[in-house]
Design a protein around this ligand. Structure first.
Ligand code: SF4
Length: 255
């Protein structure tokens, strides 16, 4: 659990560690790099989750369920936006439905917090939530990542998942998603890839998404341009910032 520099949340909560590559958007996964560093530093939770290949650390598919960290949100007295599993994917096939149920229990007991769950496996999210009949919680937002049109079907899978608020993260945006439906999607985040080897994001693709949001009534959040040094490229789009949030959270005016 940590304060975070991620622009659209306040805190990360990581009851799961470890993952495996799912699609092209995972190529430069920040969590994978960070897990490798934490492993090298001797942090117990991250031991044995990555392997070294071609001079880089890559997930080895091992998943660690961190039962000890489950209760952390109970101790946070002030309301927070909580990014669930920034170092993994809650709906990775190796995360049991029983464990998801425990995560749901904690989120249900802490309605003061807003939980943001982002997965690249929304089909499993829908399947687990439906088969276990977990309740729809007003303070839980269900989200999926879409890096380009090849994985646009994730949006349909997300719509199948029972949730009060749904969102999509177009980050890292590595191709146009023009024509993709944002129907019943409350919030869209857009961001370019950052770090060494970052693939470029075309400004036109971003404008396309903003226009799509205006048509579907989806709140639009522009996170960053990315690149090798994201501090230098910033987060202005057409001369301004876009920090809109879902209506369920209280809409914010773009500055
Ligand atoms: S699903 Fe997420 S955490 Fe897992 S490898 Fe891909 S980007 Fe990383």
């Amino acid at each position: 659990m940590a304060q975070t520099s991620i622009e659209w949340t306040d805190t990360t909560w990581n009851p799961v560690a470890g993952c495996s590559i799912e699609s092209d958007g995972c190529k430069f996964c920040y969590a994978m790099r960070m897990a490798g560093r934490l492993e090298a530093m001797g942090v117990e939770k991250y031991q044995g989750l990555t392997r070294k290949t071609g001079g880089r650390r890559k997930w080895n598919g091992n998943i660690r369920l961190d039962w000890k960290s489950l209760n952390a949100p109970l101790n946070w007295k002030k309301p927070r936006r909580v990014f669930v599993n920034s170092m993994s994917d809650l709906f990775h096939p190796a995360v049991s439905a029983e464990f998801v149920r425990e995560v749901w229990r904690i989120m249900g007991e802490t309605p003061r917090h807003t939980y943001q769950i982002l997965t690249k496996r929304p089909a499993r999210m829908a399947e687990v939530l439906i088969s276990t009949q977990l309740p729809v919680l007003a303070n839980v937002w269900l989200g999926t990542s879409v890096e380009d049109k090849r994985v646009a079907s994730r949006l349909d899978e997300l719509r199948n998942a029972p949730g009060a608020t749904r969102f999509v993260s177009f980050e890292p945006l590595i191709g146009s998603v023009a024509g993709v439906s944002l129907k019943n999607i409350d919030w869209a985040i857009v961001g370019g890839e950052s770090g060494p080897g970052a693939r470029p994001m075309d400004a036109f693709w971003v404008d396309e998404i903003e226009s799509m949001c205006r048509v579907s009534g989806t709140a639009f959040f522009f996170k960053q341009w990315g690149g090798r040094n994201k501090k230098t490229t910033g987060r202005l789009l057409n001369g301004r910032t876009f920090d809109e949030m879902p209506a369920t959270f209280g809409a914010e005016t773009p500055t």
